[in-house]
Design a protein around this ligand. Structure first.
Ligand code: BJW
Ligand code: ZN
Length: 291
């Protein structure tokens, strides 16, 4: 309720600002680069679109299916309760796919920007992605809002561990094929990944924030803190429909930060922003972030 009210207030504020003094939108790259050059605190907020050019499907749109399931419908506590086997197959498939993927020009441009300007600017990447590609590209100041494919959490003792095993357990070897004709999943729960802590043996789950679950409070407050002080924000490859991340950049724009969006297509938040650069972010970001 509290979050919904905040979102409503934020939308109302940004709607009012847009109507009082209509944010004039530009696609002038040279002008944006000049703004970025003088920025002191820069946030890059990324979503699935930045990993699309590494071959990782986005959530919404044509690629957002695994078998006959919409990816977002498997990313719920209810789906895991109903069929932990099916959900583990989905995550096993994505762990294996992300491990084979390599960071693309967009991830690398961001990491190079931090590396080059990190001493004169405060540069933070806030990502909704769980694939680990920002870190593999070399980004250091990174906030992973929705968790990470290579972390597990015990459903019993709640211990969180990094786990890069491939496969994560024997029963998942050769499972997870995305073929739409494969129906159901029948791995017995006892054969799915389990906690190795002495005396626990709880079922492990991916350490990922599913729909209806709260983000980790410390991670959320870190993200909110940098969003509330940045002077420039780049919103990259996200549909800006999933909260709370969807309200970060419109809120920053409403308090006066300069926000630039990089996306293949406009999103519901596009009218809130000062700059919009249409295209693949593997092309637009290297241009925006180069000296
Ligand atoms: C390119 C490109 C290229 C392609 N170059 N661009 C207020 C109102 C209504 C609902 C809610 C609300 N507050 C909370 C909710 C509920 C819910 C929510 O937001 N629902 C909405 C769908 C309405 N949020 C939550 O449940 C969150 N929890 C929470 O707020 O707790 C408190 C609470 C709960 C309930 C009620 C009230 C309060 C948790 C959200 C967790 C999100 N989890 C997922 C799954 C992670 C697991 C996994 O990866 O397996 O995170 S959902 C999925 O969406 C994933 C993504 O991180 C997230 C965002 O998607 P993203 O990154 O934007 O991807 P796409 O596919 O949507 O967009 C890709 C974009 O890229 C497109 O725009 C393309 O055009 C573009 N693109 N190629 C540039 N080459
Ligand atoms: Zn445990």
């Amino acid at each position: 309720m509290y979050i919904s009210l905040r979102i409503f207030r934020c939308r109302l504020l940004s709607y009012s600002l847009n109507n009082i003094m209509a944010v004039r939108q530009s696609s002038d790259m040279a002008q944006f680069k000049a703004v970025l050059k003088s920025a002191k605190q820069v946030v890059i907020l990324s979503g699935a679109g930045i990993s699309a050019e590494s071959g990782i499907p986005t959530f919404r749109g044509a690629g957002g299916y695994w078998r006959k399931y919409q990816a977002a419908s498997l990313a719920t506590p209810g789906a895991f309760k109903t069929s932990p086997s099916l959900v583990w197959e989905f995550y096993h498939y994505r762990r294996e796919a992300a491990a084979k993927a390599v960071p693309n020009a967009g991830h690398i441009a961001i990491a190079d920007f931090e590396n080059k300007h990190g001493s004169e600017k405060n540069v933070t990447v806030i990502t909704q992605n769980v694939d680990g590609l920002h870190a593999r590209a070399g980004t250091k100041n990174l906030i992973e809002l929705h968790g990470n494919l290579y972390k597990t959490r015990c459903t019993k003792c709640k211990e969180v561990l990094v786990n890069t095993d491939s496969p994560i357990c024997e029963a998942l070897a050769n499972r997870g094929a995305p073929d739409a004709n494969v129906v159901g999943s029948d791995i017995p729960v006892k054969d799915l990944p389990h906690c190795k802590k002495s005396g626990c043996n709880g079922l492990l789950r991916p350490h990922i924030v599913w729909f209806g679950e709260s983000l980790e409070p410390a991670i959320l407050s870190n993200a909110e803190a940098v969003m509330s002080t940045c002077d420039v924000c780049l919103v990259v490859g996200t549909s800006s429909v999933v909260y709370p991340a969807a309200m970060f950049a419109p809120q920053a724009a409403a308090r006066g930060a300069i926000v630039a969006e990089f996306n293949l297509e406009p999103t519901p938040a596009t009218p809130d922003f000062h700059y919009y650069f249409q295209g693949t972010c593997g092309t637009t970001l290297p241009e925006a972030l180069a000296d």
